[in-house]
Write a protein that binds this ligand. Structure first.
Ligand code: PRX
Length: 695
């Protein structure tokens, strides 16, 4: 029996709630953090009013649409795709795919032969349909009182000027462009300008170190790097241009040099006269870009032409260049945005993610703009100048959809409700969560305190690789359960398998896979199709393997339980343990390192590193600091280890494999759950490690 049917059966058998089973009395019983007999049975209902006005108002309406989407994906998606502008319609096949490595190369194509441009659909189309004077981007700076905005027409002009500049310096269709910018409006402008001329953007989160940047430059060989001189984050000024300079020097050493570094002068952070400059290579954005014409012809591209590359962490050291193409990504991000947030044209939308991550690609830039939304770009830190900044912004712009990460919810929760309740927040309508599982107590705080028990929470499960939401509530359609991402989005067929790859039925837990492709699935890993197949399609032949564990409850709700591979999730940032290990062992006094994730109250997971020093080197506080520094300079501050645990040796099997299972138990001090250690090459190391745990 196929799991899809299974899933449908579950939805069909969803308890039918009497209309008017409003959430208030029920939620009064669900007091903040109170342990419930069973999380699973804790339903939270949308109000009748919300449901009535929602795009999808009931389980049965969802069911009908979901059924159609999996039974006739071509019909379902081509109807939606027809709402976009296509210079030429796609060929006969809406989708062709092979996910089965046994049947040849893995291949996914959607709308092949269709000719379009996503920038045109984000901007020109909106201007044409009368949204020209609507605000596309509100910009809120790091410092209170610094702000700006651009209407759709103004944004289009800015994008065209930059696109013309890029063409002028020789960027052509298919060329890569690296963008290393903080959350200025220039960041989405840069992405859209690349898309307009068919260039492939690769945004590198501006928290990555020069070495990480260099690694990405060497991999994708960009024609141009776009950056700014510095940025203020909270009270700190970060010299981004210095990082870029070092990154470019490093990549040149590795045989890849970049001719043009277009640098935005971010005056509030650093004046141009104080910026280090390489004549000939570095160009001030403000000196050249505004001189270019504010219209620019669109480069029409095939639906399957690449749109962007985004590097992400995997279980081995080298970051993976996740490649997304144009047509399917466009259709899917726009559609998921509309339904999962129940988006209406009057909404003001704020997603706190940085465009350096996939969330900022799909749900700061493309998804919202494709829907003609007004969207906030926030430069600063959400707790600066204090823990009420988010609600200050919500009230200032009358934000109606607020999308963030559980780590922020948990950190604000610790600061106390008074920071929230002194703001009105009455504009809020829908809340969203992404990046890691949201624990039920954080969910409730978000729901009760931030949303005044009025706003449904869309807990969206997805990944860099999936491009868009995969399992997500549709907020008006059904009851939510705190901590569950609920049901699959249209067209998505999740399956839970056991370690042998057998599909499990009904209530179960196992590995989360996806059967069949969906429009915004990534098409390859840049330059390494083999690794794409090995990592994602070989573990469970015929399926896309997500790397996540998952369970399904008796009502068919999905509960994501976290990564099952060597990837850890720190504050919603994905970090490969192997990357941290390789940064540590690059330190001359480190002989060996093993990194595991441990539960962390605010960050979700913390980074816990076991370090073996070179023979004869003594432990010291300074050495600990310099090991931490090695990770910060090689990856970035967000990957700072929380704990360095001195390890005279590591628990290994006789064949030399590090037993991470044991390290995880030691790291989380579950010392009575170490399991069988007799198969270790040297069982005594376990006691040595335990003895050094708090040293
Ligand atoms: O483990 C899952 C977790 O984040 C991973 C994907 O990370 P990344 O590619 O950086 O994308 C993050 C933003 C989409 C997943 O494999 N994850 C993401 N969203 C959720 C989640 N885990 C549980 N619930 C979520 N809503």
């Amino acid at each position: 029996k196929m799991t899809t049917d299974n899933h449908l059966r579950h939805v069909e058998s969803l308890p039918v709630f009497p209309s008017g089973a409003g959430n208030i009395p029920r939620l009064n019983a669900v007091i903040l953090g109170e342990a419930l007999a069973s999380e699973e049975n804790d339903y939270v209902f949308p109000s009748d009013d919300f449901s009535r006005n929602a795009h999808v108002s009931s389980p049965s309406q969802y069911l009908e649409m979901y059924k159609r989407s999996v039974e006739d994906p071509a019909g379902f998606w081509s109807e939606i795709a027809s709402e976009f502008y296509w210079e030429k319609k796609w060929g006969d096949k809406v989708c062709s795919e092979n996910l089965d490595v046994g049947k040849g190369a893995v291949n996914i194509e959607w709308f092949k032969g269709g000719i379009t441009n996503i920038c045109y659909n984000c901007l020109d189309r909106n201007v044409e349909i009368g949204n020209g004077d609507k605000v596309a981007l509100y910009w809120e700076g790091n410092d209170l009182g610094s702000d700006d905005s651009l209407t759709y027409s103004q944004l289009l002009e800015k994008v065209c000027q930059l696109a013309n500049y890029l063409k002028d310096v020789g960027v052509k269709k298919g060329d890569a462009v690296i963008i290393y910018l903080p959350m200025l409006m220039e960041l989405p402008i840069a992405m859209l300008a690349c898309a307009r001329i068919g260039a492939i953007h690769s945004v590198v989160f501006a928290g990555f170190s020069s070495e990480s940047l260099a690694q990405r430059i060497v991999d994708c060989k960009p024609k141009v790097v776009l950056t700014c001189n510095a940025v203020k984050r909270g009270a700190k000024v970060i010299g981004l241009k210095d990082i870029v300079d070092a990154g470019l020097a490093e990549s040149t050493k590795n045989g890849v040099s970049v001719d043009v570094c277009l640098t935005y002068e971010n005056q509030t952070a650093l004046k141009r006269e104080n910026t280090k400059w390489t004549q000939g290579r570095d160009i001030w954005w403000q000196d050249v870009v505004p001189k270019y014409p504010s219209t620019c012809d669109v480069e029409w591209v095939d639906a399957e032409d690449p749109l962007f590359l985004l590097y992400t962490s995997g279980s081995t050291g080298k970051p993976k260049g996740v490649l997304h193409t144009t047509g399917g990504y466009m259709v899917y991000t726009a559609t998921t945005f509309k339904y999962a947030f129940d988006y209406k044209p009057s909404d003001i939308y704020w997603c706190t993610a940085d465009c350096g991550w996939i969330t900022g690609h799909s749900y700061v830039t493309y998804g919202p703009l494709l829907n003609g939304a007004s969207c906030i770009v926030f430069e600063g830190a959400p707790t600066y100048p204090d823990a009420s900044r988010c609600w200050d912004i919500v009230d200032k712009y009358k934000v109606s959809i607020f999308y963030t990460a559980p780590t922020l919810v948990r950190s604000l929760m610790r600061e106390g409700t008074q920071h929230v309740t002194r703001y009105s927040r009455k504009s809020l309508r829908v809340l969203g969560s992404v990046g890691e599982p949201i624990n039920p107590s954080a969910w409730r705080w978000f729901f009760n305190v931030v949303g005044d028990s009025r706003c449904p929470i869309s807990d969206t499960w997805w990944q860099t690789e999936t491009g868009g939401f995969m399992i997500t509530p549709l907020p008006g359609a059904w009851a939510q359960k705190p901590g569950s991402a609920t049901y699959p989005f249209f067209g998505v067929q999740p399956v839970i398998v056991d370690e042998k790859g057998n599909e499990l039925e009904g209530e179960c837990s196992g590995y989360l896979c996806v059967k069949h492709s969906w429009p915004s699935a990534f098409r390859t890993l840049f330059g390494d199709h083999e690794r794409y197949e090995t990592t994602y399609f070989k573990p469970f032949p015929g399926y896309y393997f997500t790397g996540d564990g998952c369970s399904r409850d008796k009502d068919g709700y999905y509960w994501l339980t976290g990564r099952v591979d060597d990837v850890i999730n720190v504050s919603g940032h994905r970090i490969g343990t192997a990357e941290v290990e390789s940064a540590l062992v690059s330190h001359p006094q480190c002989a060996e390192a093993a990194v595991v994730g441990v539960e962390h109250e605010v960050k979700g997971q913390g980074i816990y590193a076991f370090v073996t020093l070179v023979e004869g080197v003594p432990y010291s506080e300074d050495l600990r600091k310099s090991l931490v520094m090695a990770v910060r300079t090689q990856i970035g501050a967000f990957a700072t280890p929380d704990k360095i645990h001195w390890a005279p040796g590591l628990p290994k099997t006789r064949s030399g494999k590090i037993m991470r299972r044991i390290l995880r138990k030691i790291a989380s001090r579950q010392l009575d759950e170490l399991g069988d250690i007799s198969t270790l090459a040297e069982p005594a190391v376990v006691d040595q490690l335990i003895a050094l745990a708090d040293k």
